[in-house]
Write a protein that binds this ligand. Structure first.
Ligand code: RI2
Length: 326
C-alpha cells in the first residue's frame, strides 16, 4: 500500500468487474456481492492501524460504488456495513465488517422470502402474470404462490437489448410454470390475457416513482390503459434515501453495441466511407411515475407508491451522507 492509495483486495476488484460487466446483475444480487466484497476486503487487509483499515475499506467501497449508478441497493449495502463499523483495533474492525456483511446478506435473503409471501397473496389460482426483465424479488412472489399450491401462468417479455426475459423464462420453467415468451413490442397486445404486471425495481424514489429496466414505464402505461394492475416487488434496500432531499436517480447508459453490433452497423452504412451510421441511445432504466403503479410490495408489506416515503423516512432518516460516512 502507498500512503495516498489504500490497497484494495483482488476479490473487491473482481466483484466490481463482475457488476460492471453485468455478470453479477439484478439489484439484490449486486447488494449481496457488494457486502461479500467488503467482507473479503476486511479478511484480506494487512493494515496495521485502524485508520489504514478504514481507508482501505473506504477505497474498496468507492471501487464498488462506481460500477453501476442506478441500483441503490449497492450504496445501501455499503451504508449498512459502514454503519456498524465499531471498533478500536484492526482486529475489532475486521470482525465488525465481516459480521455486519454477513448479517446484511442474511437479512437480504429473509427479506426476499417475506416479500415473496406478501406478493403471493395478490396472486390467485389460475392467474396470468406478465413480467419484464429478470427480477428475483418479482419471482419470489411467483415462487411463493406456486409453492402454496396456486397454478399460475406467465407471459414473459424478452426485454431487449440483453434479453434477461430468458433468465426469467428459465426460472419459471424450473418451477413448472407455463411460459409464453413475447417480444417487447407485443406486450400491449398480450395484456388482455394478463391479470397482473409484476416487475422488480432498481431504485424507488421518495415520490413513489419506480426506476426499473427500460421499457417498464411503457408497459405500465399500457397496463393502466387496459386495466391490468401493475405490481412492483422491491425489498426496502431499493428505496433511494437521497431522493428524500431532492436528488434524482442517475440513469445508467450502456454501450451502443448492446443495441447495434459492429456488423449490424456496417450493414446499415453499406460501405459508405463517410457515413458513421446511426447514433444509438441505450439507457438501461426508465422512470415509472407513481400514478401508473398500483402497489409496491416489500418485506414490510404492501404500499401504495405515494406512501412509500413514510417507510423510507422510518428506515433511512434524512441522510444525504456518502455511503461510507456515518
Ligand atoms: P432484483 C435488474 O436490473 C432489473 O431491472 C430488475 O427488475 C432489477 O434489477 C431488480 O432485480 P439489471 O441489473 O433485485 O438487470 O429483483 O440491469 O433481482
Amino acid at each position: 500500500m502507498t500512503a495516498d492509495r489504500p490497497a484494495v483486495a483482488p476479490a473487491v476488484l473482481e466483484t466490481a468487474t463482475a457488476i460492471e460487466s453485468m455478470e453479477t446483475r439484478g439489484a439484490a444480487a449486486i447488494a449481496d456481492a457488494t457486502a461479500a466484497a467488503l467482507a473479503a476486503q476486511a479478511e484480506e487487509s494487512d493494515a496495521t492501524t485502524p485508520e489504514a483499515f478504514r481507508a482501505e475499506l473506504q477505497a474498496a467501497a468507492r471501487e464498488l460504488y462506481e460500477t453501476r449508478p442506478t441500483a441503490v441497493s449497492l450504496p445501501n449495502a455499503l451504508r449498512y456495513v459502514f454503519r456498524g463499523l465499531e471498533g478500536e483495533t484492526v482486529a475489532e474492525l475486521r470482525t465488525a465488517t465481516i459480521d455486519r456483511a454477513e448479517q446484511f446478506r442474511g437479512d437480504l435473503e429473509q427479506a426476499q422470502d417475506r416479500l415473496g409471501q406478501v406478493g403471493a397473496n395478490r396472486l390467485k389460482d389460475g392467474d396470468v402474470v406478465m413480467t419484464h426483465c429478470h427480477s428475483t424479488d418479482a419471482l419470489a412472489c411467483v415462487k411463493a404462490a406456486v409453492e402454496s399450491g396456486k397454478d399460475l401462468e406467465a407471459i414473459v417479455k424478452e426485454t431487449r437489448p440483453r434479453k434477461q426475459g430468458h433468465i426469467t423464462a428459465g426460472e419459471l420453467r424450473g418451477w413448472d410454470v407455463p411460459v409464453t415468451l413475447i417480444v417487447d413490442n407485443a406486450a400491449h397486445r398480450y395484456l388482455d390475457a394478463a391479470d397482473h404486471v409484476l416487475v422488480g425495481a432498481d431504485s424507488i424514489a421518495a415520490d413513489g416513482s419506480v426506476i426499473n429496466k427500460i421499457g417498464t414505464s411503457g408497459l405500465a402505461v399500457s397496463a393502466r390503459e387496459r386495466g391490468v394492475p401493475v405490481v412492483v416487488a422491491a425489498q426496502t434496500i431499493k428505496l433511494h434515501p437521497d431522493t428524500l432531499t431532492g436528488h434524482t436517480v442517475e440513469i445508467e447508459r450502456r454501450a451502443e453495441t448492446e443495441v447495434l453490433s459492429t456488423a449490424e452497423r456496417e450493414a446499415i452504412t453499406d460501405g459508405r466511407p463517410d457515413d458513421p451510421g446511426p447514433a444509438v441511445e441505450n439507457p438501461a432504466f426508465d422512470v415509472t411515475p407513481p400514478r401508473h403503479v398500483d402497489a409496491i410490495v416489500t418485506e414490510h408489506g404492501q404500499f401504495p407508491p405515494e406512501s412509500i416515503v413514510i417507510l423510507m423516512r422510518e428506515l433511512f432518516g434524512e441522510t444525504t451522507a456518502e455511503p461510507w460516512e456515518r
